[in-house]
Design a protein around this ligand. Structure first.
Ligand code: AMP
Length: 194
């Protein structure tokens, strides 16, 4: 398997770039945010729990989130060429759990692609997305909470993955096609080195 984590703050373009990566590399996409929104839409018990966190811009507790991810992975990823993890991991504990989960299944994270975008641009993008899609957590107050959570709990993963030499920083502001080309260059280098 060839597994990638697409990493970045809310609004950094993880979903947009994942769509392109799926087409180009034939990978399977797992977005934990989408999984949770699916549960909310279907009115499941998990959806009710998830909604209480998502509406405040907080993270779902690690234990619960790791169980959800392992479940989705085992249901969807069998026989696939590889997976793009989008929105997971968001904490060091999740990153450690992902590593063990993949090791138990004879695989690993091959690269972490980090999209680097400044906060002002993120806020503009998320407010615009809120207007276009009606996503409940894309309002100014929740956006500010999500960015604070990102800086405190998720951003330390850059350092974590840099130390493991897995982190590839990509400037995430500008033309999406150009950003995608930069990602491809990094991944192609990696495939070449493997
Ligand atoms: P996203 O669509 O990735 O922006 O995720 C939307 C919301 O879902 C986040 O603000 C969190 O409340 C929740 N969520 C998604 N992925 C995770 C995760 N890996 N850990 C904890 N909460 C998550």
């Amino acid at each position: 398997m060839f597994n990638i984590v697409i990493f970045g703050a809310p609004g950094s373009g993880k979903g947009t770039q994942s769509e392109r990566l799926i087409k180009n590399y034939g990978l399977h996409h797992i977005s934990t945010g989408e999984v949770l929104r699916g549960h909310i839409k279907n009115g499941t018990e998990l959806g009710k729990v998830a909604e209480s966190y998502i509406s405040k811009g907080q993270l779902i507790p690690d234990d619960l989130m790791v169980d959800i991810l392992a479940n989705v992975f085992d249901t969807e990823a069998a026989g696939k060429k590889g997976v793009i993890f989008d929105g997971f991991p968001r904490t060091i504990a999740q990153a450690e759990a992902l590593e063990s989960m993949l090791a138990e299944r004879g695989s690993k994270v091959h690269a972490v692609v980090g999209l680097d975008v400044d906060d002002n641009e993120l806020i503009d993008r998320l407010l615009k997305r809120g207007q276009e899609t009606g996503r409940v957590d894309d309002n100014l107050e929740t956006i500010k909470n999500r960015l604070e959570v990102y800086h405190n709990q998720t951003y330390p993963l850059c350092d974590y993955y840099q130390k493991k030499n897995q982190y590839r920083n990509i400037p995430g502001k500008g033309n999406p096609d150009e950003i995608f080309n930069l990602i491809c260059e990094e991944l192609d280098k990696l495939a070449h080195d493997e």
